[in-house]
Design a binder for this molecule. Structure first.
Ligand SMILES: [Zn+2]
Length: 54
C-alpha cells in the first residue's frame, strides 16, 4: 500500500502492475507512476520528458 503524493489517498498494489506503469489516482485523478514494487512505492508521474541538468 502506498499513498498518493498529492491527496494522501491509499493506493493498493494491483496484480500485474509493473515498475514504470502509469495509472490514475482513484481519488484525485493525478497521474501516478509505479516506482518500486517491493516495497510498493509510487510517485507523481512526470508526463513530459525534460532534460534535467544534474
Ligand atoms: Zn490522489
Amino acid at each position: 500500500m502506498a499513498k498518493c503524493p498529492m491527496c494522501g489517498a491509499e493506493v493498493e498494489k494491483e496484480p500485474g502492475m509493473v515498475v514504470g506503469e502509469l495509472f490514475e489516482c482513484p481519488d484525485c485523478g493525478i497521474e501516478l507512476e509505479v516506482i518500486k514494487m517491493s516495497p510498493f512505492k509510487i510517485s507523481e508521474a512526470t508526463i513530459e520528458e525534460e532534460d534535467w541538468d544534474e
